[in-house]
Design a binder for this molecule. Structure first.
Ligand code: ACM
Ligand code: ZN
Length: 682
């Protein structure tokens, strides 16, 4: 059998037999560049017989890709005899990285480039500027990096880094040797707080701004009313375009809040002077953004570059020659294509955002949101003809390089296949087999990747309660064997294989994990299964009150609250939902108030039974027992759900909440909820 190649080639014919690699036969491998061979750019043919190997392509990129295919075909000292004809579906096969939210070293980036080139990715979108950090040296504006590249985190740490121009040239050259073109992104007019911190005169109010270390889309944006803002961008583009030989520069354009423009005399004067009055489908401020993007197109043209931007650049009118990167679904891309523009599809919820969850959020590490399993990523197929596709890896919730790799691989292999392979040649089962081999390769390089965890279909949780028996069922996001132990020991490939639902009638500790076809263990889950008795309920007259008390301070853990802290007198509130909103907060980090809150009230249970409770509060106590402790987690999605047996009626609950910022997430943005559902596995 010929090894399944990623991305699957256009055609593969197996010939039987193999070519043996020895010192003597290495000279029988020929790479021939033939501009007249008739193959599309980047395409190649590869013929392996028992006596020779011959690759032909019309471009050096094509020969490079033939070599990558040959590498994947090679099994020890054998290359199976095949005849392959291959070329890409799309000319833009991209991946995106975000070193702004969490910095990525040159070395780590090169490791990613190395791997992606092997899978015939040809474009890297380098998101170099954002609110939380400016990552590229600009000689004319040294404060962009001396100030804008560093931020103070809420736990007191300093995070940052930037690429010198020499480093940028080094990465560009490194990628070019692997036929990857780098498209730099310089964000305007939103997502530019780092630049505004360095040069406040670029904003509408010109007010000084502190370092930005929470996520979101702040209303502090560049001021297109001011000529000096365009002069600044022109200067930046002058330096950037000299560093990147590719034809495109990405100008961002997404998520720009326009509230300040409404009040800014310069912006309003510009709107008046340029006649940007409201139209049926655009506000004056949207037209102002469109005006700014059009001026960017002119600036880029001066330096011989073409403009690409996120699909928001459609709002208020698209620049004449813009290429659109469609991220909010395909809608923007379709609208742009209808007007004759080039389109890159990166629809976030259709699988192209690799910062989204790839398994059950209840057990996976925190991410921004979403549900982009490997299978979902793989199944994406643009609904219209486009220039290309790209997988995007934003890094808000990526706190280490190992985590960045975990989010990226193996889904990046699916991106590579979507970009290259004809839909009729896609096959998820065959792809998964090839993914295993590709992941073994990652192991050899010391690169981390996602191995599924066994998941409970109704929502995974590790604290299972039952009355008579618990029946636990597990699934995986891609086909993989599951193994488990019941004695508390770490599962190994030799542990019992999960064959079907597991039944428990007494207390147990289940440890369960996936094991790959090549014997590597995924992360083991530890599930505590506990026989419970129905907790007695209280009978209450009328609506029970919820009493809240608070104390001020920035605490990352409940244990940090001093014993002598001053607490307010308990006061009644209407709903647990009100707790995070007890104190005034602001969407961006200025004006956030930090405090601890404790509230005691009741929840009503409709009938006797075992329930699973879920909360984003720091702690949840039920009938005097601590059921959930979210500890120091980034509390954006709950990951500590727990079961408990409750009688019909009212049960006393106490919640503890810390208004703080952890990992860039502001807990005041949590919905203050206690979610309760009937356990479906008992
Ligand atoms: C984006 O994800 N804001 C382009
Ligand atoms: Zn302004």
């Amino acid at each position: 059998m010929v090894a399944r190649i990623i991305p699957a080639p256009v055609s593969v014919q197996e010939r039987g037999g193999s070519f043996r690699l020895t010192e003597n036969t290495r000279s029988k491998i020929e790479y021939r560049l033939d501009p007249k061979c008739g193959l599309p750019p980047e395409g190649y043919t590869l013929n392996v017989t028992r006596t020779r190997v011959k690759a032909v392509a019309s471009t050096p990129a094509g020969l490079f890709y033939a070599k990558q295919t040959l590498r994947q075909l090679t099994d020890g000292d054998r290359i199976p005899c095949v005849s392959i004809k291959d070329y890409p579906r799309y000319s833009w096969r991209g991946f995106h990285v975000d070193p702004c939210r969490h910095f990525q070293s040159v070395e780590d980036l090169k490791a990613m480039i190395d791997v992606m080139a092997q899978y015939k990715i040809n474009t890297m979108h380098w998101h170099l500027t954002d609110d939380q950090g400016w990552r590229i040296e600009i000689r004319k504006y040294p404060r962009l990096t001396s100030v804008g590249a560093w931020r103070t985190e809420w736990d007191g740490g300093v995070h940052g880094g930037f690429y010198t121009q020499d480093e940028v040239r080094e990465v560009v050259a490194y990628a070019a040797e692997r036929f990857i073109t780098i498209v730099p992104e310089i964000e305007m007019p939103g997502h530019a707080v780092a630049a505004i911190r360095a040069y406040p005169e670029l904003s509408c109010t010109e007010e000084p701004v502190g370092s930005f270390s929470t996520w979101g889309s702040p209303d502090i944006v560049l001021c297109p009313g001011k000529e000096k803002m365009f002069e600044f961008l022109d200067d930046v583009i002058a330096e950037v375009s000299a560093l990147f030989p590719g034809e495109y520069i990405h100008i961002g354009g997404d998520e720009c809040k326009k509230t300040r423009w409404q009040k800014c005399p310069a912006c309003q004067a510009r709107i008046k002077a340029e006649g940007l009055s409201a139209t049926a489908d655009a506000t004056p401020e949207e037209r102002l953004q469109s005006y700014a993007v059009k001026r960017m197109e002119g600036i880029l043209a001066k330096y011989g570059k073409k403009l690409i931007g996120w699909d928001e650049i459609l709002e208020g009118g698209l620049s004449p020659n813009a290429t659109v990167m469609s991220w909010r679904g395909e809608k923007g891309g379709i609208a742009a294509a209808e007007r004759g523009h080039q389109v890159i599809m990166t629809p976030s919820h259709d699988g192209m955002y690799l910062d989204h969850y790839q398994g059950d959020p209840k057990i996976e590490p925190e991410t921004i949101s979403g549900d982009n399993t490997l299978e979902k990523v793989y199944s994406y197929n643009p609904s219209i003809p486009v220039k290309g596709v790209q997988g995007n890896l934003w890094s808000e919730y990526i706190y280490s390089e190992a985590q960045r790799q975990y989010m990226f691989f193996p889904r990046a292999f699916a991106i590579a296949e979507i970009g290259w392979t004809l839909p009729e040649n896609k096959d998820f089962t065959a792809f998964c087999t090839a993914v295993d081999r590709a992941c073994e390769d990652l192991d050899a390089r010391g690169i981390n990747y996602h191995i599924p965890m066994p998941e409970q279909p109704g929502g995974s949780y590790n604290h299972v309660a039952f009355l008579d028996k618990a029946v636990l069922e597990f699934t995986t996001t891609r086909p993989m064997r599951m193994v488990y132990t019941l004695d508390g020991s770490e599962p190994t490939p030799e542990s019992a294989t999960y064959e079907g639902p597991l039944e428990f009638t007494s207390d147990a500790t289940l440890r369960i994990a996936c094991v790959t076809s090549y014997g590597k263990m995924g992360k083991a889950r530890t599930i505590d299964i506990r026989k419970d008795t129905l907790r007695p309920a209280k009978i209450l007259d009328g609506k029970p009150s919820i009493m809240l008390r608070t104390t001020y301070g920035f605490f990352l853990d409940w244990s940090e609250i001093p014993s002598g802290a001053f607490w307010t007198e308990p006061r009644p509130i209407d709903s647990f939902r009100d707790i995070p909103r007890q104190e005034p907060t602001h969407y961006n980090m200025m004006g956030l108030n930090f405090y601890a809150a404790e509230a005691t009230g009741y929840i009503k249970v409709p009938e006797d039974g075992v329930y699973v409770l879920s909360t984003l509060f720091d702690q949840l106590w039920v009938d005097g027992e601590k059921l959930i402790d979210n500890g120091r987690e980034v509390k954006k999605h709950s990951r500590q759900d727990a079961g408990i047996a409750l009688r019909k009626g009212y049960h006393q609950v106490t919640v503890r909440f810390l208004s703080n910022v952890r990992g860039g997430w502001t807990t005041a943005r949590n919905r203050g909820e206690i979610l309760i559902r009937k356990a479906d596995n008992t």
